[in-house]
Design a protein around this ligand. Structure first.
Ligand SMILES: *Cc1c(COP(=O)(O)O)cnc(C)c1O
Length: 404
């Protein structure tokens, strides 16, 4: 898809608008599966929370993906998109036993990440297969050291609690069919990831009836020029080799699972906004767009970098801008950005807006959330309407106030 396609979509559907390129999602999916093509039983479970539009989920299903979900609502979205319950894994954190039981009853694979609920669930449903999320306490240090920090993370069952974990499994006679980890940090150093994988293998050796090992995600995509990205091909080569050796020792061909979100959808997303005001102050030039952190919170929340281009004047003289939003609170998208000269009314596009962008959008300042468009086989398909004032009022209850 081209910049002209993006401009045409903005004039057809209005702005701001999120646009997703289905072909890019498919090529990322294929790149990942190709890197692990020597694995007999490979499973990709797309992490729904990155971008949860039901049409995106349908596209994932068409590609052959399963789903990773973190709430019962994401499970319901997956079912609405046509996934079989068996194609869904549910990896919640800090949810109630009741929600886990309800999801288990739906036939979805349960993944439990704390000993308290593991014991309660195992005691009540010893026959239901359960995956265990461990915390390997491994994270990439700034200089590729292996750090055992992360000890205070709220995710996963600490590997130091394995004896207690084994006692619970034995006492309840529950059925553990998978071991999972997802450290949440970007895989910048493949050796660090492989080190964490060894801890997963060590844990797996304690269980006799495993069906799969889930290595989570952490695949990093480049957000700006010269940015580091995970070398998927190298990871594929090294981890596949080690995984196959492990399966041999273990005595069974297990399924290898990944659950990428960002890797599959980030690069496919383009967020198109329009410049309302160009404001020269004593120290800089602001370009203010018809959006804010209500639509794209990553720069303010995580300091994330999203590349910005001027769609309306692509060959203009490059100048420095601070691109900000229209929210009545600081909502900076980028400072000191080199962008082709901006005039009020120009369309700006933000890149890498597929993952954790729309899915984190809100109605702050009582603004409408944007429309979403899927670019599929050379055509634009509206997959979410722009909100209207009815959406703002929906669920609000106006009470009758007493008269003085
Ligand atoms: C969010 C999440 C993912 C996806 O992470 P990405 O960085 O988007 O690839 C995978 N697994 C679990 C359990 C998650 O919570």
């Amino acid at each position: 898809m081209t910049n002209n396609d993006l401009s045409a979509i903005a004039s057809e559907f209005g702005n701001p608008v999120y646009v997703y390129d289905a072909a890019k999602i498919a090529s990322q999916y294929q790149r990942l599966t190709a890197a692990f093509s020597s694995i007999g039983d490979l499973r990709i479970n797309y992490a729904t929370k990155a971008l949860s539009n039901v049409s995106i989920l349908k596209l994932m299903r068409q590609l052959g993906s399963g789903l990773d979900t973190v709430s019962i609502q994401e499970v319901q979205l997956g079912l609405a998109a046509g996934f079989e319950p068996q194609a869904i894994i549910y990896t919640p954190n800090g949810v109630s036993l009741k929600e886990i039981e309800t999801v288990a009853q739906m036939g979805v694979q349960i993944n439990i990440d704390n000993l308290s609920l593991l014991e309660q669930f195992g005691a009540r449903h010893p026959k239901t297969p359960v995956c265990i999320r461990i915390n390997p306490h491994v994270m990439a240090g700034g200089n590729s050291n292996i750090s055992v920090g992360h000890i205070d993370s709220k995710f996963g069952i600490s590997i130091h609690q394995i004896p207690h974990l084994l006692r619970i499994v034995e006492n309840t006679a529950m059925n553990i069919n998978g071991i999972h980890m997802h450290t949440g940090s970007d895989i910048l150093d493949i050796e660090v990831f492989l080190h964490a994988a060894e801890i997963l293998f060590d844990t797996a050796n304690h269980f006799k009836n495993l069906e799969f090992l889930d290595f989570g995600s952490g695949f990093k995509v480049p957000y700006h020029e010269n940015d580091i990205e995970t070398n998927i091909e190298e990871l594929g080569e090294k981890l596949s080799k080690r995984f196959k050796a492990f399966c041999k020792e273990y005595g069974s061909d297990l399924q290898l699972v990944f659950e990428p979100g960002k890797f599959l959808v980030s690069l496919a997303g383009h967020f198109v906004t329009q410049v309302n005001v160009v404001k020269q102050t004593t120290s800089r030039v602001f370009a203010q767009v018809d959006s804010g952190f209500n639509h794209l919170i990553r720069p303010m929340l995580y300091g994330s970098h999203h590349h910005i281009e001027n769609l309306s004047n692509p060959n203009g003289k490059v100048r420095f801008y601070s691109v900000v939003g229209y929210i009545c609170e600081t909502d900076t998208f980028g400072t000191n950005r080199k962008i082709a000269e901006i005039t009020e009314g120009d369309l700006l596009v933000f890149r890498n807006c597929g993952a954790y962008c729309f899915s984190m959008a809100s109605n702050y300042n009582s603004r409408y959330r944007p429309a979403e468009v899927l670019w599929y086989e050379g055509k634009a398909h509206l997959i979410r309407k722009r909100e209207t004032f009815d959406d703002i009022m929906h669920n609000q209850v106006e009470i009758e106030l007493g008269k003085e």
